[in-house]
Design a protein around this ligand. Sequence first.
Ligand code: MIC
Ligand code: SF4
Length: 639
Amino acid sequence: MNVAQKLISSHLVSGNMKPGEEIAISIDQTLTQDATGTMAYLEFEAMGIPKVKTKLSVSYVDHNTLQTGFENADDHRFLQTIAAKYGIYFSKPGNGICHQVHLERFAKPGQTLLGSDSHTPNAGAVGMLAIGAGGLNVALAMAGQPFYLVMPRVVRVNLKGKCKAGVTAKDIILEVLRRLTVKGGVGKVIEYAGEGLKKLTVPERATITNMGAELGATSSVFPSDEQTKAFLKAQKRGADWTELKPDADAAYDEEVVIELDKLVPMIALPSSPDNVKRVRDVKGTPVRQVCIGSCVNSSYADLVLAAKILKKHKVHPDVSLAISPGSRQALRMITDNGALSDLVSAGARVLECACGPCIGMGQSPATGAVSLRTFNRNFPGRSGTVNDQVHLCSPLTAAVSAITGKITDPREVIKKPLSFTLPKTFAVDDSMIIPPSKKPDKVTVERGPNIKPLPVRGALEESLKAKVILKVGDNITTDDIMPAGAKVLPLRSNIPAISEFVFSKVDPAFPARAKSSGGGIVLGGINYGQGSSREHAALGPMYLGIKVVLAKSFARIHKDNLINFGILPLTVSAEVYDSIAQDSEIEFPGLAKDVRESSEVTFVNVSSGQTYKAEHGLTERQKEIILAGGLLNSIKKGK
Ligand code: MIC
Ligand code: SF4
């Protein structure tokens, strides 16, 4: 077996490990962050279980840290008190970004982790099976239920040789994205192997597993080896190490070879993480903003390397350089060793240890300005600026370009590899991680006025006549469906209020149209719902009365979220997609019956009179959920 198969088989609860078939696995650890966590804990609370049943559950506050009103602060109090009551560790705002802190302090080889954030696979860097999911799935895992997924195909990425000076782990994953694209990983686990692994430290591996999310992959994983052992030991967690390697004769479903010696610095151009080119092909483009940080390149190692480049230099007069350290541990260590001083002397703006600019929580770039970011996503408008020009690159490319003021190939400056060895010990201090209360009965959960109850819909309609109120193209992201940013994020625990922003960047009239039509249907292209795990991208449309989404194909997490909240995802061919226009009226004469009794749903385009059949592909379990009008209804029915 390969590493992915070993992790799955040791956690298999039901199903056959045949690619494409539904399986269920047990979950050892969960993580949530504040933007998805409030809903996840409201959902967990509704299940009536006194204490989480996982080995470990952690609630992080890292997204909504900009407190421009009471809303985010209210949510933080809710999250802290509910964690104390139900046996969950609480990482305070300021302690760092969930994925970075989880890797440092909790990730364990051989275990499974389910997180209500799409970059949860970050923890795959230490040989863990780490998967992103909607909050409701994470709530169920906390309640001791298994997690259902389609048995993935396993892709072996064979890393050969060694990176040359100026080339980093970021360039490896950008190259994988260039080759496989944002939909290339759907239904797959990406497993890294080969002699090139030996020299890759855990923080570098995390850069790669983190951005596996951008491939649409179920997860990404590295074996657990000597590098893993050294990292865990330095985190004073040597006892958490176990070896996990593929068998010598392990088989894989696909193989990709990357020759590291031949790799050059890469950059993703606006506005998709797979729009990857060589840095040298776009060199000279003027840059106005550089951001180093986010959950993907914000480790101690990343920050030290950026500081080495910026030392004794000044940030270009036309550039604004922002640094957001991934964790308090990383911030403390660069403070102690002087790297922070080098960054500040160079002219960097130091932000708190949080998601910040990555999700439009401040630092939105100027109109038309090129922003170079070491982040993982550059979806259109995600930075908070319409028509933004966000490029994704390594911290080396970012730091060098911050000095020159234009996109610069780091190899022009860095002639031999910058020396960096992982510290023997990291600055371990868990005082901002609050353990659950020893007296949970005494804890009162605090709920401010920002926290509104979760809306639910009724059972699936027996028949349905509705309009296609929006037709969109390929690769629609959950940022398109339910935008984030400083204005919208504080409303994450208030579905009626946040639903006013559904599709607001694509078509600002959408919420009003949905309401006046009494709901409707959305028609999408390939890879509909890629990106974030936010279940708000299903909850908001559900609240506005969307009953069905027709698309050429769906991204994994969003499809699960649609089902969880009772919106029927139906896959249609390119011909059907082409023949249905926005505003077409669609009739499903036997909607519930078709779902119940067949694998296909029949529908009529009333405007043209054409009849179609769409494969729903639902398992028996998913059928029950859809028929009940969502997972919470179906759980209540089962009780
Ligand atoms: C993201 O990177 O898009 C987010 C914000 O972290 C999301 C979660 C969310 O929307 O709250 C994700 O990746 O799942
Ligand atoms: Fe936060 Fe950005 Fe990472 Fe999402 S991708 S968890 S917003 S830093």
